[in-house]
Design a protein around this ligand. Structure first.
Ligand code: FMN
Length: 206
């Protein structure tokens, strides 16, 4: 097996392409109980006991600002029917993002953060620890409640993943654990819009 150098500088998604992760929407409240949602797919289990998950976020994001205030957040798993909404929602920010996504937010059972009703599974997390480095936050959350569509829990191991229908972002689209890549209409354009916003932020900051 011949190994060649991986062109790290060619694509910012190079590393995440090697470590694919399930697409989720992280939902939070701010101090005025205004909700926010943001797609995240760099989420990993970090410990079994207590059940910890870890994910990373940029310094400028609303989600992490909210988590600092409320000390909690919900991870909502995104299936293929919701993937387009989840991926493209970053065209907008704050209230507009919530309105354009047309998702229904309901109260979580144990924490001060909303759940997205249309999602089939949710992890309610409290903030266990947060590390700040030059380029962003590393958030360690303790999972204090899990809710899942009853049909998934009551079905066999084969059917469970099919029903959960986890999606994994890929170049310009998503794939599922069972299907081949499914293009997302308008996603490349969304990424360009997003990049411009980030560039603008960095410009204003410097
Ligand atoms: C499919 C997809 C996956 C993403 N995954 C992550 C992630 O894992 N971590 C992260 O920091 N940003 C991720 N982002 C970018 C954030 O969602 C984006 O910066 C968003 O605007 C943050 O929203 P907020 O400021 O309301 O928190 C992802 C975006 C998309 C479209």
């Amino acid at each position: 097996m011949k190994k060649i150098n991986f062109p790290l500088n060619k694509t910012e998604t190079g590393v995440s392409w090697l470590i694919p992760g399930a697409l989720t929407l992280v939902s939070t409240y701010n101090s005025k109980k205004e909700p926010n949602i943001a797609p995240k797919n760099w989420i990993h289990p970090a410990a079994f006991s207590p059940p910890l998950i870890v994910y990373s976020g940029p310094l400028f994001a609303t989600t992490e600002k909210n988590i600092i205030v409320t000390k909690c957040f919900t991870i909502n798993f995104v299936d293929s029917s919701l993937a387009e909404i989840a991926c493209n929602c970053i065209r907008w920010f704050g209230k507009e993002r919530i309105a354009k996504s047309s998702l229904n937010l309901v109260e979580a059972s144990k924490i001060n953060a909303p759940l997205i009703a249309e999602c089939k599974a949710h992890l309610e997390c409290t903030l266990y620890n947060m590390y700040i480095h030059e380029h962003g936050f590393v958030v360690l959350g303790e999972v204090v409640a899990v809710s899942i569509w009853d049909k998934i829990l009551h079905s066999g191991p084969e059917e469970q993943y099919e029903l959960l229908d986890l999606t994994i972002p890929r170049q310009n689209g998503i794939c599922t654990l069972v299907n081949k890549i499914k293009p997302i209409h308008g996603f490349s354009e969304t990424i360009q819009i997003h990049k411009k916003k980030v560039e603008q932020y960095l410009k204003e900051k410097s």
